[in-house]
Design a protein around this ligand. Structure first.
Ligand SMILES: Cc1cc2nc3c(=O)[nH]c(=O)nc-3n(C[C@H](O)[C@H](O)[C@H](O)COP(=O)(O)OP(=O)(O)OC[C@H]3O[C@@H](n4cnc5c(N)ncnc54)[C@H](O)[C@@H]3O)c2cc1C
Length: 530
């Protein structure tokens, strides 16, 4: 059976768990009553299931093609992209000032998940544009904003993120791409960027590269990195596209998954760019894009788990093998469906718990993004921003590690059929694997959590998070849910103990903290989900 958008779960989360209607006095959330949100989500689900999902396997099998320096995306992608733009989906949560619809971020997360479940490779094209737009909105001059944001909001122009170079991935302090100031205020950029997602494609009129580079004479290391906007076509004064810039795709990667998304080697040969923000202040602005993208990648992990689990559940209901341990379930057939076997149910149900809990955790954090941005009370804004900082690495690494594990369990449910290419199971395993690597590897997320986020502002965010859990578990609970609440309280007690251990032992020997960081992040993720 094809992908089915989890509308019921979304309705439950928006209405009963997050209680969106309680925020009707908060700007940014006020115009999004649950009734409207449910309609939007239903239409988003139709788009994902009807337009994007049918192209997922084609994209995987056909991939992208490079001719000269032009990239063709798989058949059907351009048509689907035009429908995405026509439907106004890229502009969903963009500020109306730039032509967006101003819907809450938390609602756009639902769209991101469903479009990524339906077709992760496709959904990366608008996904990166969203991140680039957020960075420009945060740090660019008014001139740059006016030229780029309205076209990026509609999706007519796409955005990319040019960080990685052949010798530098995690350690951006080593980057070498050079920027030379010009008399007219622009810069000429030279250097090579690799693995740039959507670096070249045939979907949009223009491609807006956000490029990290070093201005001649800048200090070494991360202190000397600046951010530039480098469009594929230079905009004319009226905003329409003009001459071709000297930035081009000189290679396309052959890779394990997300074949429908172009992963490009991008060559800057004295390409024209404009500084975004202050000289040497590039990383601070790029972090806006990276944080946005990290949450987007967390959603990708979740999305692949959901789609893979649906496929596995469908398969388990159809595939007949053996008899149930507790008596025949399918007396008219030669065997029972494998869903009757406890070990198959273990895989399916464990995954489902992770997916539904992970979705709730993700949406709760996304709602905090809206509160951090819009709430009139400074104390609420500050607490919500603390949670965003603390939980971004947790969600990125935990939901993607679990997304891959869920996809792997879904393949296991398929048996040998999962390993062959007759079913979609192997594509989910291959596509989900990159989510643990890009936007900062999961190991680096764990270090960010342990080395930076726990200690920020004297541990204010983590203490507030623990207090939030205590407030919930300390309430009177219905007998039916009490065992689960007690479990969550016990998990939180262990997490608190581990936090203390890290604070004591991390100081004494940072290698201890580094060695424990991934296990600690997993404990954090599981507790948050609970
Ligand atoms: C398909 C794909 C798409 C991509 N898209 C983009 C894109 O659009 N834009 C872009 O700029 N880049 C992109 N990347 C690059 C991606 O972000 C990097 O691959 C990633 O940041 C890791 O860098 P690296 O591969 O150089 O690994 P390395 O940095 O060499 O790391 C290798 C291993 O060492 C570990 N490690 C490294 N440093 C540390 C440390 N200090 N402490 C602990 N462990 C450490 C890592 O966790 C990892 O396990 C993409 C990559 C791929 C494969």
């Amino acid at each position: 059976m094809a992908y089915r958008p989890p509308l019921r779960d979304y309705g439950f989360l928006f209405r009963d768990v997050l209680k969106l209607d309680d925020y009707s006095a908060v700007p940014g959330l006020a115009d999004a009553p649950v009734d409207l949100v449910e309609q939007v989500i239903e239409a988003a689900g139709d788009f994902a299931a009807g337009v994007l999902a049918p192209l997922n396997s084609t994209g995987d099998k056909t991939g992208c093609r490079l001719d000269g320096n032009t990239v063709s995306t798989p058949p059907g992608f351009k048509d689907a992209y035009d429908k995405l733009v026509e439907g106004g989906w890229p502009a969903m949560s963009v500020d109306p000032q730039w032509g967006g619809q101003g819907l809450p971020y938390v609602v756009s997360v639902a769209f991101m998940e469903m479009s990524s479940s339906a077709n992760m490779a496709f959904s990366m094209y608008p996904g990166l544009t969203r991140g680039a737009l957020a960075a420009l909105e945060f740090g660019a001059s008014d001139d740059i904003k006016t030229t780029y944001l309205p076209r990026m909001a509609t999706g007519e122009w796409a955005g990319t993120m040019n960080l990685t170079e052949p010798h530098c991935g995690t350690d951006l302090g080593m980057l070498r791409t050079k920027a030379v100031p010009q008399a007219d205020g622009s810069y000429k950029l030279s250097g090579q960027k690799i693995w740039i997602s959507g670096g070249e494609q045939d979907l949009t009129e223009n491609i807006v590269h956000l490029v990290l580079a070093r201005i001649e004479g800048a200090p070494a290391g991360v202190k000397g990195i600046s951010l530039f906007v480098v469009p594929k076509f230079l905009p004319k004064p009226d905003g329409t596209i003009g001459a071709r810039n000297t930035v081009s795709c000189v290679g396309l990667e052959d890779k394990m998954g997300i074949h429908g998304n172009s992963t490009c080697v991008i060559h800057h040969e004295a390409s024209t760019g404009w500084l975004v923000g202050a000289e040497n202040g590039g990383l601070k602005i790029m972090f806006v894009m990276m944080n946005e993208a990290r949450l987007g990648v967390a959603v990708q992990g979740l999305s692949q788990g959901e789609a893979a689990n649906q496929a596995a559940a469908d398969f388990a209901r159809d595939r007949l093998q053996g008899r149930s341990l507790t008596g025949v379930k399918n007396p008219d057939g030669p065997a029972d469906p494998i869903v009757a076997h406890p070990d198959v149910r273990r895989m399916l149900m464990n995954s489902r718990a992770i997916i539904e809990g992970g979705r709730a955790f993700m949406l709760w954090t996304a709602l905090n993004a809206d509160l951090a941005r819009h709430h009139p009370d400074e104390a609420v804004r500050s607490k919500a921003a603390d949670y965003m900082g603390l939980l971004t690495p947790v969600l990125k690494a935990y939901l993607t590690d679990q997304g891959f594990q869920t996809a792997s369990d879904a393949l296991q449910v398929h048996g040998g059929s999962g390993f062959t290419e007759h079913f979609p199971a192997s594509q989910y395993v291959r596509d989900s694997r990159i989510t643990m690597i890009y936007e900062g590897t999961n190991g680096v997320q764990a270090l960010d959590l342990v080395g930076r986020k726990l200690a920020t502002n004297g541990g204010r965010a983590v203490m507030s998070f623990f207090a939030e859990i205590d407030a919930y578990t300390g309430k009177d609970h219905d007998a039916a849910i009490k065992p689960f609440v007690d479990g969550a309280a016990a998990a939180k007690a262990q997490l608190q103990e581990a936090t203390l251990w890290l604070m004591q032992n991390g100081m004494a020997n940072p290698d201890n903290a580094g060695a424990a960081s991934t296990d600690y992040l997993h404990l954090f993720g599981l507790t948050g989900l609970a």
